[in-house]
Design a protein around this ligand. Structure first.
Ligand SMILES: [Zn+2]
Length: 259
């Protein structure tokens, strides 16, 4: 397939999946039916007709308001659609029209859904973390970039690392600095990324997480026990490490004069 045609296809599929991810993000934490209930306004329950359910375009045409009751539609909707389109485009750029590009798209979709659910509800649903872990355990048999032993050991290792942090916070600082959902999300990510990229992902997540935490403490005068969800940072780290992890490791090695 021509490169331009593949890019257009990836972006269109990404927009449609992004639209579905919005439904998952809204309904999964509220335990609502995901597949069979048609789209509706969360405030007035007015159904959203299919011609007003076009990703990005509808939000722009309706200027971010429900057509029936005028309720504000969260900017999360176009943001998630744009992010999914970007992710699918990046997957197609890197891996072409391949089965692995599809697996990468699934991984990025899970990261997007988990990040936004965690931001809003401070939870990481098992359906996505453990469901994804099961999926990527199966995929580790055919993963073209990560050996199966690497995937399994990294998944378990990352989960144990976060479990240790979880208990450290709970015992020593007597706060829930991390949720147990982060442990399961680390398992899912380790199974797909393998050791090298998972190390980069956790490193990036921690650095960005600390910087954002400091920003809130300094500029918003929040206290030190401020609870920031860690899922969005893990998602950001995982996304960056997937595409640039190897390059970043090579750069760090070159700084130290390593081969
Ligand atoms: Zn409405």
């Amino acid at each position: 397939m021509e490169k331009e045609a593949l890019s257009v296809l990836a972006i269109l599929v990404g927009l449609i999946i992004g639209s579905f991810l919005n439904v998952v993000i809204h309904r999964l934490p509220r335990r609502q039916e995901i597949v069979f209930r048609p789209s509706h306004c969360p405030r007035c329950q007015a159904p959203i007709p299919f011609y007003l359910n076009v990703p990005l375009l509808s939000y722009a045409l309706l200027r971010g308001r429900c057509r029936s009751c005028g309720a504000r539609i969260s900017p999360r909707y176009p943001l998630v659609e744009a992010l999914a389109a970007l992710g699918f485009w990046m997957a197609a750029q890197r891996y072409g029209l391949s089965f692995h590009a599809g697996a990468v798209a699934v991984f990025l979709s899970l990261l997007i859904a988990l990040a936004f659910i965690d931001l809003e509800h401070m939870i990481l649903p098992d359906e996505l973390t453990l469901g994804g872990a099961g999926l990527f355990l199966a995929y580790s048999f055919v993963h073209p970039e990560v050996a199966q032993l690497d995937a399994v050991l990294t998944g378990i290792g990352a989960a144990l690392f976060f479990a240790a942090l979880f208990y450290f916070y709970l015992k020593v600082r007597r706060i829930e600095g991390l949720g147990f959902g982060d442990v399961k999300m680390a398992l899912m990510m380790g199974l797909f990324l393998g050791l090298r990229r998972t190390a980069v992902a956790i490193m990036l997540a921690s650095v960005v997480g600390v910087l954002v935490g400091l920003f809130f403490i300094v500029f918003r005068k929040k206290d030190l026990k401020l609870a920031l969800p860690f899922g969005p940072f893990l998602a950001l780290g995982g996304w960056a490490a997937l595409f640039q992890g190897e390059a970043l490791l090579a750069w760090i090695a070159s700084l130290w004069g390593l081969p």
